[in-house]
Write a protein that binds this ligand. Structure first.
Ligand code: 13P
Length: 257
């Protein structure tokens, strides 16, 4: 059984003071047993150390939103995997569509970062997903398959079983438009089949595939009930403790079914 994993991508929101309020709010409301479900928060770099001190010893794990593929060096503005490990990160989001769109990240770069993250003991949450134009042209399957094959290039089956794929249709991010549970399930199954072809079906069955794109308390239960949706990567709704907790509750509920 794959666990349901809920990750909150805070994007470029929350000062350290605001981060403290949010994490304390989440902790105060996380009073129910998580069972097999897992919770990750991914604040901006400037809040990582503080959030680590607040979640340490709790059921909440820490992730970053990006990383570079070298340990150290003259790379102004970048942050390395050992640096993330040193502030308690276990996870790192890679290849988010906003990084692809605004910072020119390619599948090749995302693959390089994913390999380095894995070698450094970080679990990558690797994002894939089609744009609206690509969906309208009926090339979603082709785009997503190419992304999955490229970002997983030269990653061993042992490592692929540890990482997380997040399917985030670009047209659903921050737009309030969600993929229907069936639309999302179809692409999740396609991703799993692609991994099955690259490795083995037994490997593909172990990979956690999250859905992201306007996940809210109201739609999370139906999405998380789908056979191949193993969690959610939440943007807007993770910035308030109440809505993030409501999504976590639905992950616990749907894990039990
Ligand atoms: P929203 O939930 O705000 O649509 O963002 C999704 C996302 O990009 C998570 O990484």
């Amino acid at each position: 059984m794959r666990p349901k994993i809920i990750a909150g991508n805070w994007k470029m929101y929350k000062t350290p003071t605001e981060s403290k309020d949010l994490v304390e709010g989440i902790k105060a409301k996380l009073t129910f047993p998580l069972g097999a479900a897992k919770v990750i928060v991914c604040p901006p770099f400037t809040s990582l150390a503080l959030v680590q001190s607040l979640v340490s010893g709790s059921a909440i794990a820490l992730g970053a939103q990006n990383v570079y593929f070298e340990d150290e060096g003259a790379y102004t503005g970048e942050v390395s995997p050992p640096m993330l490990r040193s502030v308690g990160c276990s996870y790192v989001i890679l290849g988010h569509s906003e990084r692809r769109q605004y910072f020119g990240e390619t599948n090749e770069l995302v693959n390089k970062k994913a390999r380095k993250a894995l070698a450094s003991g970080l679990i990558p949450i690797v994002c894939v997903g089609e744009t609206l134009e690509q969906r309208e042209k009926n090339i979603t399957d082709q785009i997503v398959t190419t992304q999955v094959r490229s970002v997983l290039k030269d990653i061993s089956s042992g490592d692929v079983e540890r990482l997380i794929i997040a399917y985030e249709p670009v047209w659903a991010i921050g737009t309030g438009k969600t993929a229907t549970p069936q639309q999302a399930q179809d692409v999740h199954l396609l991703i799993r089949k692609t991994i099955g072809q690259m490795y083995a079906w037994a490997t593909a069955e172990k990979v956690v595939i999250q859905y992201g794109g306007s996940v809210k308390p109201e739609n999370s239960r139906d999405l998380l009930s789908q056979a191949d949706i193993d969690g959610a990567l939440v943007g807007g709704a993770c910035l308030k403790a109440d809505s993030f907790i409501a999504i976590i509750e639905n992950a616990v509920l749907t894990s039990r079914k």
